[in-house]
Design a protein around this ligand. Structure first.
Ligand code: PRT
Ligand code: ZN
Length: 283
């Protein structure tokens, strides 16, 4: 079978998590800092290590069949690629930020102002949607110091914790877009059997991450009230215990409302609750 290529960031914020995700998905490859391409030894796939900005174009042009990049980078590239699987890491928000002391208090106040950014296309699109005419100043890095240097009235940049804004005397003003790492593919490639397999494996790892495997003991007479609380992969597994009238229940609980569910289970008589991490969930 023909080997496909997946492009991931060579170094930077998305590199480690992309490598971890692919390795957890069962793809074995070497991750030497010097290599630009690494074959997967147990699957017809090759890993290309690139700058994140190049990934959407490489995927569109067919140099890579798949890629992992931030949605912000994909949108800014203006390239048409298919968004296949949101990957849940590299989460951030692109925001417009203004100096702590400013006369910009509403979006309309951005009219006629200058805004510095490394993401001119995303900003232009946002301003157009709000019918604002502003002067977009494209700069390639250290956007957050541009207001202090008198280069612009506001900035538009990626914010994660907000620490960088704060240390530069800026405050978030409005959200432009949310972003996370995304598995992308050239249009149509998702029908390819290798891509289907890659997506199935990645989804299995992501699903597992979002859930916990839970084993608990309960008196048989309380079983109905416990099972009504559980919406696991299917109905829970119930195993009799050596002690008469007692059973063990095995189930999967989503991370999102984990503690709420555990407390409800305890209130319904669950005892000896054991929680285990899951490696993969295949449905
Ligand atoms: O070398 P290469 O071109 O591949 O990488 P890069 O330097 O262009 O990108 P990199 O590695 O910094 O980020 C890769 C991707 O991670 C981005 O495109 C986003 O999708 C995502 N991401 C998630 C972030 C952040 N969080 C983030 N906090 N990208 C950048 N930042 C920067 C931001 O630009 C700002 O300078 O962190 C600063 C703000 O952080 P806080 O925590 O202080 O708010
Ligand atoms: Zn980059």
């Amino acid at each position: 079978m023909k080997t496909l290529k997946i492009a991931i960031q060579k170094s930077g914020r998305l590199n480690e998590k992309s490598v971890e995700l692919l390795k957890n998905s069962g793809f074995s490859f070497d991750n030497y800092k010097s290599s630009l391409i690494s074959p997967v030894s147990n699957f017809p796939l090759e890993i290309l290590f690139l700058r994140d900005d190049d990934i959407p174009e490489y995927v569109r042009d067919g140099i890579a069949d798949l890629g992992i990049a931030g949605e912000n980078v994909i949108k800014e590239s203006g390239v048409e690629v298919n968004h296949l699987v949101p990957l849940g890491f590299g989460k951030c928000t692109m925001k417009i930020a203004v100096p702590v002391i400013t006369d910009i208090v509403s979006i309309a106040d951005l009219h006629g102002k200058s805004i510095a950014t490394s993401y001119p296309l995303i900003l232009e699109d946002f301003l157009l949607k709000h019918s604002i005419k502003a002067d977009i100043r494209t700069i390639s890095g250290s956007v957050e110091i541009s207001t202090n240097l008198g280069l612009s009235h506001a900035i538009c940049d990626i914010v994660s914790t907000g620490g960088t804004l704060k240390s530069n005397g800026l405050m978030p003003f409005c959200n432009v877009m949310d972003s996370e790492a995304m598995l992308i593919g050239r249009p149509g490639i998702q029908e390819h059997p290798i891509v289907q397999e890659v997506m199935q494996r990645i989804r299995a790892v992501l699903r597992a991450k979002d859930n916990k495997y839970v084993v608990l003991n309960i008196e048989h007479k309380n079983l109905d009230s416990i099972t009504s609380l559980l919406h696991g992969v299917r109905s829970p597994t119930v195993v009799p215990l050596a002690e008469k009238g007692w059973v063990a229940v095995h189930t999967v609980i989503p991370e999102t409302d984990f503690w709420e569910k555990i407390n409800q289970l305890k209130s319904s008589g669950a005892q000896g609750i054991v929680v285990l991490a899951i490696e993969k969930i295949i449905i």
